[in-house]
Design a protein around this ligand. Structure first.
Ligand SMILES: NC(=O)c1ccc[n+]([C@@H]2O[C@H](COP(=O)([O-])OP(=O)(O)OC[C@H]3O[C@@H](n4cnc5c(N)ncnc54)[C@H](OP(=O)(O)O)[C@@H]3O)[C@@H](O)[C@H]2O)c1
Length: 323
């Protein structure tokens, strides 16, 4: 695995270039501000009447309508939600300059065919491995966030250099830029979201909480045990790795983890994980995402309401009020 850092990267491919950031959400805001602080000429492209215009301008950024921002830029970064990339690309393609670079922070829309970029374009990925808020705060502390990078299409012969210079300008070269591909980044990311950190872990916490409450344990104790300790293990794993985490806990906890972990995450779980990966690769989830957007996000709205109404949330609110 090739990992590049600032010292390996030439910043000159972005000198005198103008970058349009499309979208001023989680990533758009962080990347636009980091680029500006790195001395890059940046414009934020927004929809007409966008509520983000005032916020971006208050942060000292230039803003323009999407089509004007795209038409004025050498590099265009797609930082609107993935599920709108297809329509957004169709809208901006006529305004993309010949030989411009088109960047993404997630491989999904290219990997699953939502966007089929024009042949003259350089198409690259800089996918920071964390939220925009952290990308921005790390940059401000003089640090960086690890990112994956890839080139999908090299229309001008400069795509690699532009991708790496972009990654450096948003601060990811301070931590490390790992070579990947649109397919690898998209598949691994979608798999993790469903099966591990964002899908699997919260369900495991809720199931543990509900099991203890059903077994007569008070909701507060169940919450402290099953949900409240997550931060502790996350910090231990971040600092020491999984093996180091196990060595840092009591023998009682370590034996419990050894006996119970494989019993809960058994072969049936592994086989469903393999199913999730196969479905992701077949594009099934990408289609579901596109369908969800087209219908106005009914499944997301229902899931949010259900989560807000759960007992575990009321216990969370009660305990949060104590701290
Ligand atoms: N969230 C993360 O931290 C994270 C991490 C790694 C990679 N990524 C990737 O980064 C990209 C952006 O994700 P995000 O979470 O930052 O998105 P987001 O916060 O949901 O993006 C919101 C922004 O997109 C604009 N937008 C929404 N629909 C639009 C449309 N139809 N046309 C034009 N602009 C539109 C919004 O405009 P208004 O201001 O007008 O509402 C807003 O400025 C995605 O590819 C995502 O996978 C995100």
């Amino acid at each position: 695995m090739e990992i590049l850092r600032d010292a390996d990267i030439d910043s000159s491919p972005l000198e005198g270039k103008r970058i349009a950031i499309l979208g001023y959400g989680n990533q758009g805001r962080a990347q636009a501000l980091n680029l500006k602080d790195s001395g890059i000429d940046v414009v934020v492209g927004l929809r007409g009447g966008s509520g983000s215009t005032i916020e971006a301008e208050a942060a000292g950024l230039e803003t323009a309508l999407l089509e004007d921002a795209v038409g004025s830029a050498d590099v265009v970064m797609m930082l609107a939600p993935d599920e709108v990339h297809q329509a957004l690309y169709a809208e901006i393609e006529p305004r993309l300059r010949e030989g411009a670079a088109l960047g993404f922070s997630h491989g999904l829309s290219v990997r699953f065919g939502f966007v089929e970029p024009r042949a003259d374009l350089d198409v690259f990925l800089i996918g920071p491995k964390g939220p925009g808020t952290a990308l921005r705060s790390l940059y401000q502390q003089g640090k960086g966030m690890i990112a994956l990078w890839a080139v999908e299409q090299d229309g001008t012969g400069n795509a690699r250099k532009i991708a790496l210079a972009y990654g450096q300008a948003i601060g990811t070269g301070r931590a490390g830029l790992m070579a990947s591909s649109f397919a690898e980044e998209a598949e691994a990311d979608l798999f993790n979201e469903q099966a591990v950190v964002w899908g699997g872990v919260p369900e495991l916490l809720a199931a543990g909480f509900e099991t203890l409450v059903a077994g007569g344990i008070s909701p507060e104790v169940a919450y402290l045990e099953c949900v409240g300790e997550l931060k502790l293990i996350a910090e231990l794993i971040e600092a020491r790795g999984i093996a180091g985490m196990r060595e840092a806990i009591s023998n009682t906890a370590e034996l419990g983890a050894t006996v119970g972990g494989r019993r809960i995450v058994d072969d049936s779980v592994r086989s469903r994980m393999a199913e999730v990966l196969a479905e992701v690769r077949a594009g099934r989830f990408a289609e579901e995402l596109r369908d969800e957007e087209a219908k106005g996000y009914p499944r997301l709205e229902a899931a949010r309401q259900e989560a807000r109404g759960a007992l575990v949330e009321r216990v969370f609110e009660r305990l949060r009020a104590l701290s």
